[in-house]
Design a protein around this ligand. Structure first.
Ligand code: FES
Length: 312
């Protein structure tokens, strides 16, 4: 267990602390946590520095190359919580040069968030930047349906639709990150390098359209209408992580590339298409789809022109 009376030997390297705006010394024999505690910094370490709680976690802002590789205790937690490279357990990390760090656990609220992460078996329990396939869909004919029928019917039909579409997305290695009205934001490729995530997205949309045939029989019988699906697909970097506001928990994705995919989906109306891919997504699958239509257009909220592709 780590106590309060820690002697720092051979203080050869500097640790700059972002929050405290101060610099302390650390020898190669001591862990970062030992150095911060020796400097009387109130650094949370719930398990006493045994590499079991992760409350001593830090973000290494500069000098990650000066941190020793993760030991087995740290690897176990880093793997469980999908820590990116720069997030380290200060109780397990020693340094061979100067670094800058930010302590990540400041108060009880941070502690509660960590406790929640430990209670789950999530593969992405912690935010990370990943190259993923982002798919936006909306429903053709939804607006006219929603104008004609009462809220109960709208919610009931949308729930049936979401359930059906969720199966198609999950069958193809994806998950629904969000829904808004008739729109679905689905993500493919998270922590999965085994399959081509753009191809997974395309296959999911194909399956969604196939499922819609039966669903449309139900809609025609009960509401005298039919739905169609428009989709936009993009492949790019996003930040993915679990967002937890108590009652509402979800795996969310953030970043400009999410908006980009949404704009691509909207462009279907301009070209009278059902599914459009960005240049980046198209490059991932073009060897499999020799026949395609290419369009050049401006996208709302973005500068310049963009190439979009409809595969045939
Ligand atoms: S203090 Fe618990 S893991 Fe570092």
């Amino acid at each position: 267990m780590i106590g309060e009376n820690i002697m720092i030997k051979n203080s050869t390297h500097k640790i700059h602390l972002f929050k405290e705006q101060s610099t302390i010394s650390c020898s190669e024999d001591n862990t970062i946590l030992e150095a911060t505690l020796a400097a009387n910094i109130n650094h949370t370490h719930a398990c006493g520095g045994q590499g079991k709680c992760s409350t001593c976690r830090i973000s290494v802002m500069n000098g990650i190359e000066n941190c020793n590789p993760r030991n087995s205790a740290e690897l176990r937690i880093a793997d469980k919580l999908s820590f990116p490279d720069e997030i380290r357990l200060s109780c397990q990390t020693k340094i061979t040069g100067d670094i800058s760090i930010r302590r990540m656990v400041s108060d009880k609220f941070d502690m509660d968030v960590i406790a929640e992460q430990f209670s789950k078996d999530s593969k992405v329990a912690f935010g990370s930047q990943q190259k993923l396939t982002i798919v936006f869909t909306d429903i053709v004919n939804y607006t006219s349906f929603a104008e004609k029928f009462p809220p109960y019917d709208i919610v009931h039909v949308l729930n049936r639709y979401y359930q059906l579409m969720n199966s198609c997305i999950q069958n193809n290695n994806g998950f629904i990150s969000d829904v808004a009205g008739d729109g679905i934001l689905a993500i493919f490729g998270i922590n999965n390098k085994k399959t081509n995530s753009v191809l997974d997205g395309i296959r999911a949309i194909k399956e969604m359209n196939e499922s819609l045939i039966n669903f449309n029989n139900y809609l025609e019988e009960n509401f005298n209408t039919k739905f169609g699906i428009r989709a936009g697909i993009h492949f790019g970097d996003v930040i993915a992580g679990p967002f937890d506001t108590g009652e509402m928990k979800k795996m969310a994705v953030i970043g400009d590339n999410v908006n980009y995919a949404s704009r691509i989906e909207s462009a279907n109306k301009e070209f009278n298409t059902k599914m459009l891919l960005s240049e980046e997504a198209f490059q991932e699958i073009k060897s499999l789809y020799p026949k395609y239509n290419a369009f050049e257009t401006k996208l709302k909220g973005k500068t310049g022109k963009y190439n979009l592709y409809e595969i045939i």
